[in-house]
Design a protein. Structure first.
Length: 262
């Protein structure tokens, strides 16, 4: 997992794969590790290393560039760590629920987090909007989301779950509108609001196996028009907008990254 600082000067990488210790029963087998590293984007130099997490499944840089949020677990259990971006120090450990997804508000004051519906087990499934400094909850919803994206004006949160994108009021959590994707039984795995606020893009497919129903779709807010982009052969798991909202990048299990002109 990785994310770029808003000014483009730094990159954070989290987690990874390494070969098991030769003296252990896992010799030669891939093992996950949770090292978080801040890199200089121009030189590739390693600037900061953070090892406060035992497992990480999501990372996001705050829009103001000062902090990084890490979702996963530490020695005390499930948590979201909010860290000083360039000092590598822990500022807040949020422990109100098991989470696997999160998104920052545009002003960096709040975070929305949730556990995706794909994860099994008996976890309590909540979506929470909370203060990124104090950890105090402002909204608690009894649902889950595979993907989250805050609107650029800060008013709404797009939540992707199953085959539905739901828009919620960021102050109250109430549903303002929702729409169903055009891909039957292919769950949403990623959602992203365009920087200019005009579009909401989503991608998806089976997260467990490459799915021929994998998709890329873009909803135009003003007209409600949904456009599908065809080219990926299987599950599409990640997406990102260009800063000017003219292009969308998508990454698929078919081992390609495609850039679409909107």
């Amino acid at each position: 997992m990785l994310d770029c600082s808003p000014d483009g000067r730094h990159i954070v990488t989290a987690g990874g794969i390494e070969v098991g210790d030769a003296s252990s029963s896992t010799a030669g087998l891939p093992q996950t590790f949770s090292e978080v590293v801040i890199w200089d984007a121009a030189s590739g130099a390693r600037l900061v290393t953070y090892n406060g997490m035992s497992y990480i499944n999501a990372v996001a840089w705050s829009p103001d560039g000062t902090r990084i949020a890490l979702v996963g677990s530490d020695a005390d259990g499930a948590t979201i760590h909010v860290c000083d971006a360039l000092a590598g120090t822990l500022l807040l450990a949020y422990r109100q629920h098991v989470a696997s997804r999160l998104a920052w508000s545009p002003d960096s004051r709040q975070i929305v987090s949730s556990i995706d519906s794909i994860i099994g087990g008996v976890f309590t499934r909540t979506t929470r909007i909370w203060d990124s400094v104090t950890g105090h909850d402002s909204v608690v919803l009894n649902n889950s989301a595979n993907a989250l994206s805050w609107s650029p004006d800060g008013r709404f949160i797009a939540c992707g779950d199953a085959e539905v994108i739901t828009l919620r009021d960021a102050r109250t959590g109430s549903v303002t509108t929702s729409y169903k994707t055009n891909n039957d039984q292919a769950p949403v795995l990623g959602v992203a609001w365009s920087p200019d606020g005009r579009f909401i893009a989503c991608v998806g497919g089976s997260p467990q196996f490459p799915d021929p129903k994998g998709f890329v779709q873009v909803l135009e807010q003003a007209t409600g028009q949904v456009t599908s982009f065809h080219g990926h052969k299987v599950t599409v798991a990640a997406l990102a907008w260009s800063p000017d909202s003219s292009r969308l990048a998508s990454s698929s299990y078919d081992e390609t990254i495609r850039i679409w002109h909107i």
